[in-house]
Design a protein around this ligand. Structure first.
Ligand SMILES: C[S@@+](CC[C@H](N)C(=O)[O-])C[C@H]1O[C@@H](n2cnc3c(N)ncnc32)[C@H](O)[C@@H]1O
Length: 231
């Protein structure tokens, strides 16, 4: 089985033409917009498979109101988690970086329900069934009115129409879909559940996101990957 070097994967952010830079800009813009929309209230953010956290942390570094943000970043790679902690150190936001398996729902205890959930760089690395299971479990991480920002490449066969449908079926309302013409491979979207999540772990005391979600997240980002970033 091929093992992806996720630290090296992040190098592509700086590589012109990789598309990851554009994707990062799109995700940051969506995060910024969400923070604007929720100001001046406190905001709780959860990022699964967070990498070095540059999407959220980059936004927070540029905001005078970062102090109202509490964030949990879950990242399994020790080096990337350390980089995220280092980047978060100077921020007024309360950022907890857990070097942990994002599939283990216990790690989210105390951080959910969140107002903003980042599922970036996950859906291109798991099976279609696991993407669907993760989407269906997403409401369990969300506070009422929360937004989820997710990414997925659009290589053939493009799964994004299905994913958008799965979010709708799970009770989300799409508020943005970014798919630049100039780059057919990257996009980001946010969706907001208009009604309270039926069984958030924080509300119910449940320790599980559900077996399906756990299975999906266990596979998240573990799958063999090419050296060409697709997310
Ligand atoms: C494609 S990268 C995305 C990173 C980041 N979200 C971004 O968009 O830049 C996937 C990340 O998930 C992490 N990862 C893989 N499996 C994981 C797991 N089971 N639990 C937590 N993190 C995981 C990898 O170490 C890697 O940093």
């Amino acid at each position: 089985m091929t093992t992806t070097d996720w630290s090296r994967w992040h190098d592509a952010y700086a590589r012109p033409g990789s598309g990851l830079g554009d994707r990062l800009a799109a995700v940051r813009a969506l995060i910024d917009r969400r923070l604007d929309a929720t100001a001046p209230d406190p905001v709780r953010v959860v990022s699964a498979c967070a990498g070095d956290g540059r999407d959220l942390l980059g936004v927070l570094a540029g905001r005078a109101d970062a102090g109202r943000v509490t964030a949990l970043l879950v990242e399994r790679d020790a080096g990337l988690a350390a980089r995220a902690r280092e980047a978060a150190k100077e921020l007024p936001a309360r950022v907890d970086v857990q070097q942990a398996d994002a599939a283990q729902s216990d790690v989210y205890t105390g951080a959910v329900p969140a107002d903003l959930v980042l599922l970036c760089g996950i859906f291109g690395n798991v099976s279609d069934d696991d993407v669907r299971a993760t989407v269906e479990a997403a409401p369990q991480l969300c506070a009422p009115g929360a937004e989820v920002i997710w990414t997925r490449h659009r290589h053939d066969p493009d799964l994004t129409p299905s994913i958008r449908g799965w979010f709708t079926a799970a009770g989300f309302e799409e508020v943005a879909f970014v798919a630049p013409d100039a780059d057919q491979c990257r996009w980001a979207s946010t969706a907001s559940p208009p009604t309270p999540a039926p069984s958030s772990p924080a509300a119910t005391g449940s320790r599980s996101l559900g077996e399906a979600a756990d299975a999906a997240m266990l596979g998240a980002c573990d799958s063999p990957s090419t050296s060409s970033p697709r997310r």
